[in-house]
Design a protein. Structure first.
Lengths: 113, 117
């Protein structure tokens, strides 16, 4: 079945550091890929998504590229801020899956001054 | 953007009692809502798909008689944990599906923390 693997956290960075959170997936067909962010005390919010190979999703300075050859969708940001501290979830939705999402375990990011 | 609320945000109950959790789409209608369960340091696990006006579709391994789902209107779905036990303690999250310019998207509620004593 479908699965998503992402790096364990917490990841602790200094402000303005470069961020990478790795995400790889296993799925049949051509899934859509997502990154969600969960700020403390809030629900999950869609951060970005990509629906086909080589697509790049971007939002708020975050980027991720759909790499079919490596089945990966790594999240990157060039310069993190304290306000980026949150839990980040990688997820996929398989073709014909009825919009169901399969999530990774989440990676907590802590950004310090 | 689309807003989904959950009530209550936190509930503590005694073993053997039933607990109802509400999920509401506040500014849009949702024919489909999803219920997830999240254990500490683990991913969100889909429990069931809730469709307005019809029976919910449960994922494999989820007891439908234990977790009763009712999607009575286009803006409300409820999850009732019947005869709750300590192992049911968890974080329950709902989402509501709606169409956007980029395709269908799930909007998530803030979650409900259930603690069964």
């Amino acid at each position: 079945g479908d699965s998503v693997t992402q790096m364990e956290g917490p990841v602790t960075l200094s402000e303005e550091a470069f961020l990478t959170i790795n995400c790889t997936y296993t799925a049949t067909g051509y899934p859509s890929l997502f990154w969600y962010v969960q700020y403390p005390g809030e629900g999950l919010q869609l951060l970005l998504k990509a629906t086909k190979a080589d697509d790049k999703g971007s939002n708020k300075g975050f980027e991720a590229t759909y790499r079919k050859e490596t089945t990966s969708f790594h999240l990157e940001k060039g310069s993190v801020q304290v306000s980026d501290s949150a839990v980040y979830f990688c997820a996929l939705s398989s073709t014909g899956g009825g919009n169901k999402l399969t999530f990774g375990t989440g990676t907590q990011l802590k950004v310090e001054l | 953007g689309a807003v989904v609320s959950q009530h209550p945000s936190r509930v503590i109950c005694k073993s053997g009692t039933s607990v109802k959790i509400e999920c509401r789409s506040l500014d849009f209608q949702a024919t489909t809502m999803f219920w997830y369960r999240q254990f500490p340091k683990q991913s969100l696990m889909l429990m069931a798909t809730s469709n307005e006006g019809s029976k919910a579709t449960y994922e494999q391994g989820v007891e439908k008689d234990k977790f009763l789902i009712n999607h009575a209107s286009l803006t409300l779905s409820t999850l009732t944990v019947t005869s709750a036990h300590p192992e049911d303690s968890s974080f329950y999250i709902c989402s509501a599906l709606t169409g956007t310019s980029g395709g269908n998207e799930q909007f998530f509620g803030p979650g409900t923390r259930l603690t069964v004593l």
